[in-house]
Design a binder for this molecule. Structure first.
Ligand code: GLY
Length: 268
């Protein structure tokens, strides 16, 4: 037996938006009319980009009565050696997790965040073995403690991060390379990430910090062209995607998928 990995197959879990998206949860944004047909088209093109970047799509069944179900990122976390089914911070979103244990159990052992803990996957940013957890209105101390209890014995370090003025940690900060973070410093204290290289969003684009790294390319909303210039100027390969309708639901490009390597984890 060797220690080699099989060629990497990246799975992208997605779920198409439903017309109930108009009733989505909102925290910091005013409710605006969402063009549902356009949201479907934008989501479909986003899935096409994921496929084009080498992902194998696993589409969860549509959930007509769950307005935020398209935002699968918040339902779980998948690490190299463990999947964790989250417990979203708002009750309306908790039924979204129902199909996850079955799906993820085909790839990883599965653990759960349990009451009174709450945790939204959008509050978790991983850089190697460092896992940063945003203490947002959706993720509480009990959720953080449960997550740490699962991860620390597996060699991860878990770092709580305070947020100010945004929904999730990934609204304020995402990884755009294995050692580079794209950040909006007005929503998160960037000193918490001192060891990482950082790129700041353009000041006119506060929501520009949400980017999705897929196989060395970053998907980034076309709504933030000045931040895209900064990324490209720093040597990051970027593909812009139209995301305007999903953004009205207080979402970014990371929210609509969960990415993980389908292969077996490396032996330790
Ligand atoms: N609409 C996204 C959320 O509030 O979870």
């Amino acid at each position: 037996m060797t220690n080699e990995r099989l060629p990497q197959t990246i799975v992208a879990v997605t779920r198409q938006p439903s017309a109930s998206l108009a009733r989505c949860e909102l925290l910091h944004l005013p409710r605006r009319e969402i063009d549902y047909a356009q949201a479907r088209r934008q989501h479909s093109r986003y899935e096409d980009e994921l496929s084009d970047l080498g992902c194998v799509l696993l589409r969860l069944p549509p959930a007509a009565e769950l307005p935020d179900a398209v935002f699968v990122e918040d339902t779980c976390l998948v690490l190299d050696d463990l999947a964790i089914v989250a417990r979203p911070g708002v009750p309306s979103r908790r039924p979204e997790t129902e199909p996850l244990a079955g799906l993820l159990g085909a790839f990883r052992p599965v653990a759960f965040i349990e009451a009174p803990g709450t945790l939204d996957g959008g509050d978790v940013v991983r850089l190697g073995n460092r896992v940063f957890v945003g203490l947002s209105s959706r993720t509480n101390g009990a959720g953080l403690e449960q997550l740490a209890a699962h991860l620390v014995p597996r060699g991860y370090t878990v770092h709580p991060v305070s947020l100010n003025g945004c929904l999730h940690l990934k609204t304020a900060l995402t990884a755009v390379s294995p050692d580079t973070l794209l950040v909006n410093r007005s929503w998160v204290a960037a000193e918490a990430f001192a060891a990482a290289r950082t790129i700041d969003v353009h000041p006119d684009e506060p929501f520009g910090a949400n980017a999705l790294l897929v196989n060395g390319t970053v998907l980034h909303s076309a709504s933030h062209p000045r931040t895209r210039e900064r990324l490209e100027g720093s040597g990051i390969r970027v593909r812009p995607v139209e995301f305007s309708e999903l953004e009205k639901a207080e979402a970014g490009v990371t929210c609509c998928c969960v990415l993980f390597d389908a292969g077996l984890p490396p032996r330790r």
